[in-house]
Design a protein around this ligand. Structure first.
Ligand SMILES: [Zn+2]
Length: 233
């Protein structure tokens, strides 16, 4: 097997490993990313706190209405109890009752507002909890699927590594070093195939003579433009 063909095979294996590693990075980052879940949790906590406040506000509003009713009953029993005869006092009592009743209406209005606010808070709380359940379920499914893909990719990476070891064993050290250096300089691609007399990596055209010598696969030929090792296929 010519050294160029061996390098081409090494390049193929390394490119696959690069793809696997890039995908693994994305997967690990996605698996670690719990921003959606944290946001949903925060929303659910805020909604639950809002619900608690609304419940408390309604209890207080109800208590105020109740207390006001007691005040009215007391005032009315004084008014109609027969103990007060003085017309001025009776008039004052009547005014008190009227004033207490007016404020009772205000308090009842506030109670209705508190009930409406509680309904809104309940809706928000339900929506936030449903959202959190949905996010949790989605993440669970997504992460299960990603974990499966990650495991497959890790097995692929092991397989490619074994292939690499086998290929590297048949290459002279200086050639391997040259290949590695090119791979570093040329974004991972050290060996380029030649198609239609063109370097597939950088797209520049080759002279017919150069393309011919690539096809002969005798000595190693480099792309005059990008410097990569050319492989005739
Ligand atoms: Zn090139």
């Amino acid at each position: 097997m010519s050294q160029t063909l061996t390098l081409h095979r090494l390049q193929h294996t390394d490119s696959q490993t690069d793809k696997v590693r890039a995908r693994l990075q994305v997967i690990l980052k996605t698996l670690e990313d719990d921003a959606d879940l944290r946001r949903a949790k925060e929303q659910a906590e805020t909604a639950a706190a809002g619900l608690g406040s609304a419940q408390q506000a309604l209890r207080q509003a109800e208590e105020s209405v109740r207390a006001q009713r007691v005040k009215i009953e007391r005032a009315e029993s004084s008014l109609y109890g027969g103990a007060v005869h003085n017309p001025k006092e009776l008039q004052d009592l009547q005014n008190d009752v009227a004033s207490l009743k007016r404020y009772h209406i205000t308090l009842e209005d506030r109670q209705i507002e508190a009930m409406q606010a509680l309904e809104d808070a309940e809706r928000l709380d339900q929506a936030a909890r449903a959202n959190m359940q949905a996010v949790t379920a989605r993440l669970l499914q997504q992460n299960q699927s990603l974990a499966g893909e990650r495991d497959r990719l890790l097995r692929d990476a092991e397989k490619f590594e074994a292939e690499r070891q086998a290929i590297v064993a048949s290459l002279p050290a200086d050639l391997l070093a040259r290949y590695e250096a090119l791979r570093q300089q040329r974004r991972g691609v050290a060996v380029a195939t030649v198609t239609d007399n063109t370097c597939a990596a950088c797209g520049s055209g080759l002279t017919p003579a150069l393309a011919q010598s690539v096809r002969m696969a005798g000595e190693m030929v480099f792309c005059p433009t990008c410097g990569r090792i050319l492989y005739g296929g």
